[in-house]
Ligand binder design. Structure first.
Ligand SMILES: *Cc1c(COP(=O)(O)O)cnc(C)c1O
Length: 235
């Protein structure tokens, strides 16, 4: 077995065990392979093992990899999971299946306007800031309802759910608290008339806690590919 096969099997076992513990079906949780900083060869190798969902968080890197991998069959489902500036929305609108980091109406409006008509609507998750600290990415929870209502009206987007990147916590209870708050926020938005089926939460260190709290999509980098190399050393 290669290292990648080994790591993928280990992640798969963790997801399956967490689903069993949560009393959920395995197919309720999708695995997004976070391939930032990884080579196209690594992405091809993981795709050959059956992985279909890939996530990138820098626009230039996403565009380069997406465009270098258009021959893959079946095509990967590309998720953009990073912060988006207004001048970078078009490249993402023309390539991604999903965007997880939407936290402002202006970004959503541009993505909708720039989404090519020939493509399916762009699937969107709103990023929520659970830290309460100013300057962090994400919409504050108390503003999420208004943003969700506005985004839901945009023609070329499909609002699917919420995403968060909680601050790291050491103990399982500390990990679960913010994840539970994201689920409760999703439930309260649905009670207000939204139809959100996606909770994008859970990374290498907290995927079990996230699945116990209702995650439907875990975003996994390190546990699949090993530690990321420092940016400056990449070729
Ligand atoms: C890098 C990244 C991940 C993956 O983190 P790991 O701890 O390596 O699994 C998940 N989500 C986002 C938004 C990221 O930028």
């Amino acid at each position: 077995m290669t290292q990648l096969e080994d790591d993928r099997a280990r992640v798969e076992r963790r997801i399956a065990a967490a689903c069993r513990q949560a009393g959920r079906e395995r197919d309720e949780v999708r695995l997004l392979a976070v391939s930032k900083t990884r080579s196209t060869a690594e992405i091809r190798a993981l795709h050959a093992l059956g992985q279909r969902l890939f996530g990138e968080n820098y626009v230039q890197e996403f565009v380069a990899k997406h465009d270098a991998l258009t021959d893959l069959d079946p095509p990967p489902e590309w998720h953009f999971i990073g912060a988006l500036q207004t001048n970078k929305t078009r490249a993402v609108a023309e390539r991604a299946a999903w965007v997880h980091g939407v936290d402002r109406l202006k970004i959503a409006e541009r993505l909708s306007r720039q989404r090519p008509d020939a493509m399916a609507p762009l699937q969107v998750c709103l990023q929520v800031d659970l830290s309460g600290e100013p300057g962090k990415a994400g919409v504050p929870p108390q503003e999420a309802g208004a943003l969700a209502a506005a985004v839901a009206r945009l023609p070329n987007l499909a609002l699917r759910g919420l995403m968060a990147i909680p601050a790291p916590a050491q103990d399982p209870a500390g990990q679960r608290r913010p994840l539970a708050r994201l689920r409760e926020l999703r439930d309260s938005l649905n009670a207000q008339g939204r139809d959100l089926d996606t909770l994008s939460m859970g990374m290498s260190d907290d995927l079990e806690a996230a699945i116990l709290e209702g995650s439907t999509l875990v975003r996994i980098g390190t546990a699949l590919f090993g530690p990321r190399r420092p940016k400056a050393r990449q070729s």
